[in-house]
Design a protein around this ligand. Structure first.
Ligand code: 5AD
Length: 342
């Protein structure tokens, strides 16, 4: 039995096996890994790809992560916060396109995020058939609870790296992996479908770090896993570091699909920003979600997590997916909530 078969069967591999899958130059093995991952996605989702409308709520952020273009020390961008009216307009447009999940994502701003409690309630009242996903960073537990109470269904909070010493190289000292993980546990306890994930190829990352990430993801069993390559942003301390590898990102999609067959795994914007046809490549490696962008254009231009960030248009994505033999599924598409660790 080869490594791919072993991973399919056991939903896990010893560290050495994972290392081999991540780094091997054996193209036949890599092709088999991608094939099995796509087959596994197809067993659960057929050829359907879930669509989530991404609304970049605000680029105002209290954090100063060394990799991120919206870090507070970056004075080269104009800060914005979408108004209630703008957010409802974005949701309205996505809803008209048939999309039934709205993702409100933004920098970490606990004060302003408080205003989203009322807005989430409004969205849920206006669109009771739709899910709301939030991605707003580390917030006080009471605010998470209020957002959940207001009707938010899911929360994405990437852990970025599961190795504390690596975490410390990517973030200023007031931030900690410990706190990030506490937030993830809190979110799950509150009943959010929860997403975690990391950047691939972030500065100082080693294969051991990625193995630790896989171990963490497998043990937490999030409903969603978001990962994409690191992409440099010129106005950050990591502006001259090389971008992460698309091939490694694709292998990680495949491995995570085989570890957590029913997870929601988006083919991310970062991947599409560094290779042509990133969506399809991601899907053919086991991803099953795409998040087209519904942020008002002028605002979205200021949401510069990294340079050359591509803007994903729903209609274009739909055409591409159809041409590759996939169909879009714009329904809420909830992921099976894992009761295991609750
Ligand atoms: N390259 C790739 N991804 C990035 N993110 C932030 N900055 C970058 C970058 N330079 C990702 C982080 C964060 C998410 C919102 O965007 O993983 O969690």
């Amino acid at each position: 039995m080869d490594l791919v078969d072993e991973l399919v069967q056991k939903r896990d591999l010893p560290d050495e096996g994972l290392r081999e899958l991540l780094s091997s130059s054996d193209d036949v093995m890599a092709a088999k890994l991608f094939k099995r991952a796509r087959e596994t996605a197809a067993e659960h989702f057929g050829r359907e790809i879930y669509i989530r409308a991404l609304i970049e709520w605000s680029n105002s952020c209290r954090n100063d992560c060394y990799y991120c273009g919206i870090r507070r020390s970056n004075h080269a961008i104009e800060r914005y916060i979408l108004s209630e009216e703008e957010i409802l307009q974005c949701c309205g447009q996505a809803h008209e396109d048939g999309i039934r999940t709205f993702v409100l994502q933004g920098g970490e701003n606990p004060v302003k995020a408080g205003e989203l409690v009322g807005i989430v309630a409004l969205i849920k009242k206006k669109y009771p058939d739709s899910a709301v996903t939030l991605s707003l960073g580390e917030l006080p537990a009471e605010l998470y609870a209020a957002l959940r109470e207001a009707g938010a269904d899911r929360y994405l909070l990437r852990h970025e790296t599961a190795t504390p010493s690596h975490y410390a190289k990517l973030h200023p000292k007031e931030m900690s992996l410990e706190n990030r993980l506490e937030c993830l546990h809190e979110l799950r306890k509150l009943g959010f479908q929860t997403g975690m994930g990391m950047m691939v190829g972030s500065p100082f990352q080693t294969p051991d770090h990625l193995i630790a990430d896989l171990r963490l993801i497998r043990s937490f069993r999030p409903e969603m896993v978001g990962l994409g390559p690191f992409v440099p942003q010129k106005d950050t301390p990591f502006g001259t570091y090389p971008a992460g590898s698309a091939d490694l990102t694709l292998r990680l999609y495949a491995i995570i699909r085989l570890m957590l067959p029913e997870a929601g795994i988006p083919a991310t914007t970062a991947l599409s920003s560094i290779i042509p046809n990133g969506h399809i490549r991601g899907i053919e490696s086991g991803a099953n979600v795409i998040m087209p962008n519904y942020t008002p254009l002028s605002r979205g231009k200021q949401y510069v997590l990294y340079d050359n960030k591509s803007r994903q248009d729903f209609h274009k994505i739909k055409t591409e997916l159809n041409a590759a033999g996939y169909v879009v599924n714009p329904s809420r598409g909830d992921f099976k909530t894992n009761q295991y660790h609750v």
